[in-house]
Design a protein around this ligand. Structure first.
Ligand code: HEM
Length: 325
């Protein structure tokens, strides 16, 4: 029996100024799968090599695997709650699932560090993967999201962040791991900015300038804050978000890259259902009248120890049978 819990990846690091989000699919072929498995043992050393040169740069990388990729790369055993991203909503108000086998969440104080690490890690993967989405995000001044409200205020921190994001005894073979959901949102900023600030505040559930939460007597049940607050028998269930802004003003592109970690996908999925379908159905999040989700993925983040050990897995056998260890 191990006496110390496995070391987690850098899930709950402090918010940095810059980030690169990379979602990639695996190329067909056993040799490509073998390349990705071998790469798992190299990630930590590459992060050290790049990060060591800028001690204040706070460089980190979290690496996650999608459900089908897990089976193809590593076979059984598999994380208990890992499944393909579930879609929510319908029509215009839809959280779509989009392809993605591998997620890299690279964070640092400056973009040059993120860029160098992304280049090095992708270089080692070569044509074993194809990047299908790449977003270079930045932290806005005053910690404000694209929509002008302060973002991240209610995030858990310290011990609480670990408790809400790190798998424990409920799936002992994968202890120290986490789940992560990502979605790329594009905003209709002209429409949003045309709303009076008081209306925007009712949609978010907080004051825009001061970031103070609206009083319960005036906060609508369909405010973003209300719909993303979960109660489990009197206990609030939190997730850890690290959203970043991105965009190209010249192209009219204004986006939020949503990323949230938790020890189970369930609370994030419940929030998505509340936002897109509504709680009760129809009482949905009006932020979505001005924000469109264009990507969606769910990934398992192994502990740092397991990530390294995954390199030694042989993967499923050619006949499709899964190894048992
Ligand atoms: C369009 C993308 C989104 C934007 C711009 C956005 C923005 C915000 C802002 C400004 C706040 C208030 C301050 C705070 O962070 O506590 C907030 C709160 C929150 N958001 Fe989002 N959000 C987005 C999508 C999501 C999604 C998809 C989820 C979950 C699936 C989510 C979950 C939460 C949670 C849990 C809170 C804290 C609620 C509370 O305890 O009051 N957000 N968001």
């Amino acid at each position: 029996m191990p006496t110390t819990p496995p070391e987690s990846q850098a899930v709950s690091t402090a918010v940095t100024r810059s980030a690169i989000f990379l979602v990639a699919t695996l190329a067909d072929g056993d040799d490509h799968a073998a390349t990705v498995r071998a790469w798992c043992a190299d990630v930590a050393a590459v992060v050290r090599a790049v990060g060591h040169r800028v001690p204040d740069g706070n460089l980190s990388c979290v690496c996650g695997f999608g459900s089908q990729a897990w089976d193809r790369l590593f076979g059984a055993p598999r994380p208990a709650a890992l499944h393909p991203f579930r879609e929510f909503g319908a029509g215009e108000r839809m959280a779509p699932a989009t392809p993605g086998d591998l997620l890299l969440h690279i964070r640092a104080e400056s973009m040059d560090l993120c860029f160098e690490l992304a280049t090095q890690l992708l270089g080692k993967l070569g044509n074993a993967v194809r990047v299908v989405d790449e977003v270079h995000g930045f932290r806005n001044f005053d910690m404000r999201a694209m929509i002008g409200f302060v973002d991240g205020t209610e995030n858990p921190s310290g011990r609480e962040a670990v408790d809400f994001t790190v798998i424990g005894e409920e799936d002992a073979g994968f202890a120290g791991g986490s789940y992560v959901i990502v979605q790329k949102y594009l905003h209709d900023m002209a429409g949003w900015n045309a709303l009076p600030v008081e209306r925007q505040e009712l949609i978010i559930g907080r004051k825009k300038l001061s970031d103070i939460e609206l009083d319960a007597s005036v906060k609508p049940s369909n405010s973003h804050s209300s719909l993303t607050t979960l109660d489990d028998d009197g206990q609030e269930v939190k997730i850890l978000r690290n959203n970043m802004m991105f965009g190209r003003p010249g192209a009219g592109e204004f986006g939020t890259y949503f990323i949230a970690y938790a020890r189970s996908p369930a609370p994030i999925e419940q929030m998505l259902e509340n936002m897109f379908v509504g709680r009760p159905p129809g009482n949905y999040d009006r932020l979505l009248d001005f924000s469109r989700a264009v990507t969606g993925g769910l990934f398992f983040v192994p502990s740092a120890d397991l990530l390294e050990a995954l390199a030694d897995r042989s993967g499923p056998t050619a006949g499709g049978a899964r190894p048992t260890a």
